[in-house]
Write a protein that binds this ligand. Sequence first.
Ligand code: PEP
Ligand code: MN
Length: 354
Amino acid sequence: MELDILPLNLPSDSHRPLVIAGPCSAETEEQMLCTAQALAQKGCHLFRAGVWKPRTKPGGFEGNGEKALTWLQQVKTSTGMLVGTEVATPEHVELCLKYDLDMLWIGARTTANPFAMQSLADSLQGIDLPILVKNPISPDLELWIGAMQRLNQAGIKRLAAIHRGFSSYDNKLYRNTPTWQIPLELRRRVPELPIICDPSHIGGKRELIAPLCQQAMDLGFDGLIIETHCTPDKAWSDSAQQITPDVLNYILSLLIIRNEHQQIDEIVDFRRQIDEYDHQMMELLAKRMRVCRQIGRYKRDHNITIFQANRYNEILVKRGAQGALCGMNADFIATLFETIHEESVRQQMDIINQ
Ligand code: PEP
Ligand code: MN
């Protein structure tokens, strides 16, 4: 057993996934209370707000620290919601315990650092709070599991993972690439560990929140953590990705929660991984075809023939050999690339005959 997991015991409605909502950062008492009251009215039970903010560069808003913990306490007493924040050091943990927070999460930058994780785990020894562990910024499942194992060794069993996507150099659509097969592999390896999706940090922009939430539900995630702010455009951090409590409620009301009565057996999990890989293959094929069309335009403008036998042979031979090295039949790979090549030629013919 890689991890020893007990139920989180956090409140959620039967018809909805577990939802944690609240601003990226605790900015002012007024912003916290107005956001929290609206969320509580819409039936939210779990409130988030960052008290210490890890910023990529110095000079940004780094959080209000201890003062903001008093606002979280006010949120809790005035709305009845349970409250949580990000902790990165033992001092943060100590203060959160002093202010009676109900759950803590560990940020992506902290999960990535085993020294920081170990000192956090030491400071949490014997504390019975739900701890949510965000994935490390790099796509490294072992590091993610390792971070949770350190907490486990300190006696923490009410654990959940938060999938917030992975940083990548070349990324246009998402702020952090989802690479869904990593949380899905985590699900396969530790089936009883709840996985919560953070569409706000994956998407980085409002328009992506709803489709990402649906995707997470379709993949069988257990919950969502969504940055919500009473006036998102005025937010002091992550403004582009925050939504109002009204919009959150609307998104949640449209979510289709599929009734997966089958047990979550290994086959279901493997199939999800296959779907994800197929999706990636489609994206790659589309990218490859785009380049082929660019070549087609070049050939057209420079009067070069479309079919170049040497190049075609080179592709079949090289890919066949590569396929064999990866344990696949060389003929199968050659046939696959013949088919791909056929479609590339067809697309280039279209361009030349335009
Ligand atoms: C956050 O939740 O506001 C945050 C800083 O997230 P992450 O650690 O995923 O970047
Ligand atoms: Mn944020």
